[in-house]
Design a protein around this ligand. Structure first.
Ligand code: ACM
Ligand code: ZN
Length: 563
């Protein structure tokens, strides 16, 4: 950077972004001199680190310019595309120059903030003259844009021109950064499948909530949903099931064939769409259990040799990949090779949950493998299986994550654990020095009922998980040693879809509980406050409504509070 630029930028920051002025954050993450207002007049979810209201407001007009640091044009275009449909303003996007006037501009300002807010942090300053978002990295600018979006009237989300709205951004100084690096939502597309358009909408909603991980559960007993070139039967056979249980009567089948899968091109499209929104798509290929759709396609991969059919009922199947058959390892390596081609994510989910051992106990090949490898039992055989897949992925520069059952029989050396049966598995793994993502059923299973008034809810899998409980999740378990806390990467909400046949119902189950998850993973623990969250929520719900999201109105009346 030229000296002249530096001087200009210093002046510019002094005028427009006092919140960023060169102070290092305190040990607790607070920038001295600023306090986090309780709510104030802005309603941002997840709650930012620091918010200070200032005088005046910025008004978006057709003449507003988007000015971006060099190479940030794509983000400028993203912002332009976000604002254009509702405002009708096609704002110009230009590269910020030394001589640029900042009058009536929205500035996406890379690097000027220094590193103190990390790759994902940002500062946002709005005044009658300009809105300035500064960040050390593009992701931070992106999150600043998401905040700007929530500062604007909710009609900004409409996909058609809205007249009679004053597109004002209140005067505000915000500094913000996330608490956790893994801020995720999961979607099961095996039990029910959703169109690519919906997957993109889901990704957009995650991005709006400053989440950065989309866990895509692509294979399970009831359907294989990813095209694999080398094994066409996975989709010819494995993506189709003969019938599905009725949501209202899980023991009776509807008799209707159900199926579908995502082509390689569709997957590339989704991954690219997510990348533009700073979201990593973590694919999940289930093994060694939850594999019946694969076995139906290639029966030789099971212990008994089949025949198998794609499972119609929900639940856990005894039939799993044979852990004593070299062909199975070759098959999975081939599948994962194609998965790696499609998904740039460093981390790949290999499932690992709910793998009954009954077939292995009776299988000659599995027993021979146990003897050959000197394993104590079938649990160690599972560990052998997972460790072997881990070695394969590690040798290609990737890492594995698996559900907490992968702890049984010995954890693979470099594995990350997704703790779902509670926090204990995650706690144990973190204490052993492994990375952990928390998604305990107690707080994160968004397929559970949202109300105890079951007659008024669509049939769900069971449970009761109100939003307040979701919000109360503290991902770092009490008692975890201080030097192990960094192993808690974050948390995610899971959306299993046995009882979620449509996209609209997926939205109903996910929102607004996902809004609570967003605050769990982004906001510093000491700033979390459920009452304050409920005060801010109606504004976000108005945005979701304008986006056509079929969220469940909260019971507590907060959807009508502070409209
Ligand atoms: C799971 O819910 N079976 C991971
Ligand atoms: Zn076997």
């Amino acid at each position: 950077m030229k000296t002249f630029d530096c001087i200009l930028i210093m002046v510019f920051l002094l005028v427009y972004a006092p919140g960023m002025r060169g102070q290092a954050p305190g040990h607790n993450g607070h920038t001295p001199g600023l306090r986090a207002e309780k709510n104030g007049d802005v309603n941002i979810i997840p709650r930012p680190l620091e918010v200070r209201m200032t005088d005046g407001a910025f008004e978006l007009t057709p003449a507003t310019r988007i000015l971006v640091s060099p190479d940030m044009e794509q983000l400028g275009m993203y912002l332009q595309a976000l604002l254009e449909p509702s405002t009708g303003f096609m704002l110009s996007v230009d590269v910020l120059q030394d001589e640029s006037s900042l009058e009536n501009a929205i500035v996406l300002n890379l690097d000027y903030g220094g590193q103190q807010h990390g790759e994902e942090g940002y500062a946002l300053s709005s005044s009658p003259d300009a809105v300035v978002i500064t960040a050390a990295a593009p992701a931070g600018l992106f999150y600043g844009i998401q905040t700007l979006r929530q500062l604007l009237p909710p009609q900004v989300e409409e996909r058609q021109v809205v007249t009679g709205v004053s597109w004002e951004v209140p005067g505000v100084e915000i500094t913000d950064r996330p608490r956790f690096g893994w801020r995720g939502m999961h979607l099961d597309v095996s039990r029910h499948m959703f169109p690519v358009e919906f997957v993109k909408k889901y990704i957009d909603l995650l991005a709006m909530h400053k989440m950065n991980t989309f866990h895509w559960h692509l294979t399970d007993d009831q359907g294989w949903r990813i095209e694999i070139k080398k094994y066409p039967r996975l989709t010819e056979v494995g993506s189709q099931r003969a019938a599905t249980p009725f949501p209202s009567d899980r023991n009776t089948l509807d008799g209707k064939p159900y199926g579908g899968y995502y082509t390689r091109d569709q997957i590339r499209e989704v991954v690219a769409y997510a990348q533009e929104r700073f979201i990593t798509v973590v694919p999940e290929i289930e093994m060694p259990g939850h594999a019946v759709a694969a076995l139906a396609s290639y029966p030789e991969l099971g212990c008994t040799g089949g025949p198998y059919e794609v499972r119609q009922f929900w639940g856990i199947a005894d039939d799993v990949f044979c852990a004593g058959n070299e062909k199975v390892y070759g098959f999975l390596e081939d599948v994962l090779t194609e998965v790696m081609e499609l998904f740039p994510s460093e981390i790949i989910h290999i499932g690992g949950d709910e793998c009954p051992k009954v077939r292995w106990e009776e299988c000659e090949k599995c027993q021979a493998m146990i003897r050959r490898e000197g394993l104590a039992d079938e649990h160690e055989l599972q560990s052998y299986f997972v460790t072997r897949m881990e070695k394969f992925l590690n040798s290609h520069g990737r890492k594995i994550i698996g559900w907490d059952e992968i702890l049984e029989g010995g954890l693979a050396p470099n594995a990350t654990v997704m703790s779902w049966r509670g926090m204990e598995g995650g706690m144990e793994a973190a204490a052993m020095g492994h990375d952990v993502v928390m998604s305990p059923t107690s707080h994160c299973y968004l397929d559970y009922y949202q109300s105890q008034n079951l007659e008024e809810e669509p049939p769900a899998i069971g449970g009761f998980l109100p939003m307040e409980k979701v919000y109360s999740l503290e991902p770092v378990p009490e008692g975890l040693a201080g030097d192990k806390v960094h192993h808690i990467l974050g948390a995610q909400g899971n959306l299993w879809t046995e009882y979620i046949p449509t996209a609209s119902q997926a939205e109903y189950m996910a929102f607004p509980r996902a809004c609570a998850i967003a605050e769990v993973v982004w906001t510093q623990a000491e700033l979390k406050d459920y009452e304050d969250f409920l005060d801010r929520l109606p504004s976000l719900l108005q945005h979701l409504k304008a986006l056509g999201v079929n969220y469940r109105p909260p019971d507590d009346g907060s959807s009508t509070k502070k409209q």
